[in-house]
Design a protein around this ligand. Sequence first.
Ligand SMILES: NC(=O)c1ccc[n+]([C@@H]2O[C@H](COP(=O)([O-])OP(=O)(O)OC[C@H]3O[C@@H](n4cnc5c(N)ncnc54)[C@H](OP(=O)(O)O)[C@@H]3O)[C@@H](O)[C@H]2O)c1
Length: 303
Amino acid sequence: MAAVTRVCVAGAGTIGSLLAGYLARVADVSVLTRREAHARALNEQGLRVSGRGDFTVRVRASQDPAELDAELVIVACKGNDLEPLARRLAGSFAGATVMTVLNGLGAEDVVGAHGDWPLLSSVTFMSGTRHSDTHVEYILDTATWIGPYRDTTPADAQRVVDLIVDAGLQAEAFDDLRPAQWSKLIFNATVNSVAALTGLPHDPHFAGEPLGPLVHALVDEGKATAAAAGVELWEDPWEMNVLATQRGHAHRPSMLEDVEAKRPTEIDLITGALVREAARTNVPVPLQSALYALVKGKEASYS
Ligand SMILES: NC(=O)c1ccc[n+]([C@@H]2O[C@H](COP(=O)([O-])OP(=O)(O)OC[C@H]3O[C@@H](n4cnc5c(N)ncnc54)[C@H](OP(=O)(O)O)[C@@H]3O)[C@@H](O)[C@H]2O)c1
């Protein structure tokens, strides 16, 4: 991958806006939006970052991918919007490397089916709140993990990490992202679905009574699936769960927010991906399968 001086963020919600806002301090950043009003607001007002940061940057935004160009395209939409967004990228951004930053598993392949761009994989632990199309608040300053996926090398991942770190965010490169990605997958598949179904934020109930034993058993199913897929986990998802519940504030997983707002959740790319991998590798995952069906049922109840 060539040096990165121009970055396009496709899907500038919370995570995309945080990346666009910070990266615009060290690179030429453009934003591919879904809505014309979003592009107009960004072009007129710039993008404001508050919270851990406090600055406003200029970005170039458009609803039309043909108007944008970049060496690195960061795809940061939600799972349900991935296929339509990937379709919009087809035929554009020749020569660019595309990096997905979605939770779950399989986003790279969805994007990769629409073009022969080299691909990087990433997952992020940052969090924020999107106050408007032009204002995002940076809340949790944890890292984004990046690794090669298709026609890219660890050096390419490191180049993007250097850019993100230069911009003032945290990032770490991996030669193989799968151990890290799977650790987060198992954590999210379990915690997000349980939160969505119980209405509880991610709080100490998830490590003690009444949910701890269930969460532990769900994590065990995920670990068995990872082992069958030949993935040695980077972190123990149960330990990730315990640590997160001890942070002192109860995090509201996005799947809980989605269910409360009666929006489609990312269940297919997260718990669904885990259940599909378990079926492929012949690992019984009755608890994860039940969560998957229950969250799908919850979505069906909206209408
Ligand atoms: N939020 C967090 O704190 C957090 C933390 C860690 C990981 N993640 C993961 O990061 C990913 C992104 O999450 P998020 O919370 O940043 O999502 P989000 O706030 O819902 O933002 C998604 C953005 O994608 C845009 N989009 C959707 N379809 C598009 C299309 N066809 N063309 C262009 N833009 C399109 C949406 O546009 P509109 O504005 O028009 O809807 C929205 O701006 C998810 O996989 C999530 O699980 C999030």
